[in-house]
Design a protein around this ligand. Structure first.
Ligand SMILES: NC(=O)c1ccc[n+]([C@@H]2O[C@H](COP(=O)([O-])OP(=O)(O)OC[C@H]3O[C@@H](n4cnc5c(N)ncnc54)[C@H](O)[C@@H]3O)[C@@H](O)[C@H]2O)c1
Length: 369
């Protein structure tokens, strides 16, 4: 099984996103375009160990593979790590056509993507995403970057890859927790644009999704289609791309209040979508909450303890708001597949939404997984 989508953004030539259990034929096509002999490979340290065969297969396609192991974890998205990787590249005296392969999750993709976009003002970038989140989200859309002490992802660039090639077989070594994390974004794509994703997922459990590669492949394809459709129309995040933030205004508040690392981004997005669904209903939407919440839902949040008040969460949102010129803006739904953006000045309403969300989460946690 190999599915391909062609993408052309306002910022790039056409490039391919290929998803398959073993898409090595697509990788070989990239090698034919960028034949080397040199190529840079930035590989997540866990992937280097757990997916050694895959990494060897890819690096062996070049006569002079220049392999750099990226320490796993968000802390690697730092100025220091970026600088070290730039020095690694420059020490090998590359010319502008030496490709950069980013093999790993969103951390490696964002970081190596930023390295690729800055060395010699741009080396060809090829994403080989190995987490579900990276496959359906971070490798698509051309956002690269690192964190700064002033905040997450505050330094970076819009830089489109030359290809995204996702080997689904790499997901076999992903922990359940990391695997589930990707479903926060997948459910989001269902909510904002492709409600069939929600219907399909509402009858599947984790083991089925992990074992049935063609089922997973088709859900992944649908998700990628949603993201690419949006990104093609709004590459630089001026307007439409905002809908990809469905649930995220709430998610950022809960991540910030709980402390990064206490809750995964996927879990935070999932909770954010419950809140955004409640807010949408307050504003008159007709949506079936259970499509997002049930079944898959309790699996997403069974292990988290939230010891925060609605008031604290509202404050976290308001302190974030100070950084933007607009008020509190939310992506909400008229119904599944019909998102819009609404500014809400009634803070009591948001506090009430948080209160209902926290209650709902406790109820969901009681349901059997
Ligand atoms: N650029 C974008 O548009 C965008 C969008 C969403 C998220 N992001 C960024 O993505 C990052 C999160 O991405 P992530 O969730 O992939 O995290 P990650 O890259 O940290 O990967 C999660 C964990 O899985 C491990 N791993 C990766 N592939 C594996 C495999 N095949 N088998 C076993 N373990 C494996 C990693 O070592 C890591 O421990 C964040 O930094 C976030 O800011 C970027």
């Amino acid at each position: 099984m190999l599915d391909k989508q062609q993408v052309r953004t306002q910022q790039s030539d056409e490039y391919i996103i290929a998803v398959g259990e073993d898409p090595s034929s697509e990788i070989q096509k990239v090698v034919a375009v960028y034949p080397g002999p040199k190529a840079f490979f930035f590989v997540d340290s866990n992937v280097m160990k757990l997916q050694a065969k895959l990494v060897d297969q890819i690096t062996a396609l070049y006569e002079e593979p220049l392999v750099y192991k990226v320490p796993a974890g968000e802390a690697s998205k730092s100025v220091e790590q970026w600088s070290e990787m730039v020095s690694f590249c420059l020490s090998h005296h590359p010319h502008r056509n030496v490709p950069v392969f980013a093999i790993g999750g969103g951390v490696t993709g964002d970081l190596a993507g930023f390295v690729a976009s800055t060395v010699l003002r741009g080396l060809p970038l090829i994403h080989i995403p190995t987490t579900l989140l990276a496959i359906v989200d971070s490798s698509i859309g051309g956002k690269t970057g690192i964190n700064h002490e002033a905040g997450k992802n505050l330094v970076g660039s819009f830089y489109q890859p030359k290809a995204v090639i996702a080997p689904l077989k790499a997901l076999q070594t992903l922990s359940d927790q990391e695997f589930i994390c990707g479903f926060g974004e997948i459910l989001k794509y269902g909510a904002i644009a492709d409600p069939d994703i929600l219907t399909i997922l509402s009858t599947k459990d984790l083991s089925e999704l992990r074992e049935n590669v063609s089922l997973l492949g088709s859900i992944v394809q649908r998700s990628i289609k949603v993201k690419t459709d949006v990104v093609i129309r709004d590459t630089q995040e001026s307007n439409l791309r905002m809908i990809l933030n469905y649930g995220h205004t709430f998610a950022h508040a809960i991540e910030k209040q709980m402390g990064y690392g206490k809750i995964s981004h996927g879990q935070a997005v999932y909770i954010g979508m419950i809140a955004a669904g409640i807010l949408s209903k307050e504003l008159g939407a007709t949506i079936k909450e259970e499509l997002i919440e049930q079944h898959f839902g309790s699996m997403m949040i069974s292990d988290i303890e939230i010891d925060i008040t609605p008031d604290q969460l509202l404050n976290a949102m308001q302190s974030d708001k100070k950084r933007s010129s607009t008020g509190l803006r939310f992506v909400v739904l008229k119904q599944y597949g019909r998102p819009y953006v609404e500014q809400i000045d009634d803070t009591a309403l948001i506090e009430q939404v948080w209160s209902s969300t926290l209650t709902r989460i406790e109820e969901l946690k009681m349901q059997p997984v």
